[in-house]
Design a protein around this ligand. Structure first.
Ligand SMILES: NC(=O)c1ccc[n+]([C@@H]2O[C@H](COP(=O)([O-])OP(=O)(O)OC[C@H]3O[C@@H](n4cnc5c(N)ncnc54)[C@H](OP(=O)(O)O)[C@@H]3O)[C@@H](O)[C@H]2O)c1
Length: 240
């Protein structure tokens, strides 16, 4: 059976990826910062048993990422989903000032934290697990980006930290894809759409179930020929 590894798998989109791939018969490695309080993953383990491994991994923590990579050395990972991510003005939509276009009001320290988690984290994780992915059948790395990372589609100011982080993640998709292509590994940028999670908020139009089902449908049919492409969960391709 194929194996998926998901970062930030204790809630939201990451948790739903684990749930749906387990339902589809895959094995899953669910990584999260605090396994001791990952109740939803523990509940999944009741039925999945050994098919689900829960690992402690903060993507900002090089030692933790290395420790999980060491524990999984030699094990094929068909799909690595770099899902963990954070946003500026968490929980604040446009009406609450979350998209304030005045750069003066942007917190530079928070900006660096977001770049660390949303860009450096996926780079670190992809580097550490590249051998596992290259040793698998599907050989795919997924970068959980956003439509807000599209430079071509940017027409307004605001949400600077998040948008620049996802634009950089898009570059990492192409950049790491060029490196990993030599080993037959494809790297895909995938946007979940505006989805009802803690990050997306309650006003988001798309359920987490529909978002992940849409993304899985796309990922299932992509092959190495599609490496370096940028998708939305509904099947549209985004301009970079
Ligand atoms: N929801 C949307 O509308 C939307 C739209 C576009 C893109 N996305 C992207 O989709 C991905 C998942 O978002 P979501 O909506 O599911 O968000 P969420 O509900 O806020 O969940 C975020 C997940 O990331 C984890 N995380 C954060 N920092 C981490 C770190 N340093 N190391 C490991 N895990 C970390 C969180 O863990 P803790 O529980 O420990 O905090 C949590 O499991 C993100 O990359 C996000 O940018 C979401």
């Amino acid at each position: 059976m194929p194996t998926v590894l998901v970062t930030g798998a204790n809630r939201g989109i990451g948790l739903e990826f684990v749930r749906q791939y387990l339902d589809a018969g895959w094995d899953a490695v669910a990584t999260c910062r605090n396994p001791d309080s990952a109740g939803a993953l523990e509940a999944l383990k009741q039925s999945a048993g050994d098919r689900l491994s829960i690992q402690k991994m903060d993507v900002d923590n090089a030692g933790e990422v290395r420790a999980v990579a060491d524990a999984l050395a030699g094990a094929p990972i068909d799909m690595l989903i770099n899902n963990a991510g954070i946003i500026d003005n968490y929980g604040q939509g446009v009406a609450e000032g979350g998209d304030d276009p005045d750069l003066k009001n942007t917190d530079a320290d928070e900006w660096l934290e977001i770049l660390k988690t949303n860009v450096v984290g996926p780079g670190r994780v992809t580097g550490e697990f590249a051998d596992n992915v290259a040793a698998s059948e599907k050989k795919m790395v997924v970068m959980m980006t956003s439509g807000l990372g599209s430079i071509a589609n940017t027409e307004q100011g605001g949400r600077y930290a998040y948008r620049t982080s996802k634009a950089a993640l898009n570059m990492l998709t192409r950049n790491a894809g060029a490196w990993l292509g030599e080993r037959g590994v494809s790297v895909i940028a995938m946007a979940p759409g505006w989805t009802r999670t803690d990050l997306g908020g309650e006003s988001a139009p798309t359920s987490v179930e529909d978002s992940v089902a849409g993304m899985r449908g796309i990922l299932d049919r992509l092959t190495f020929a599609d490496t370096g492409t940028y998708w939305n969960f509904d099947g549209r391709q985004f301009p970079w």
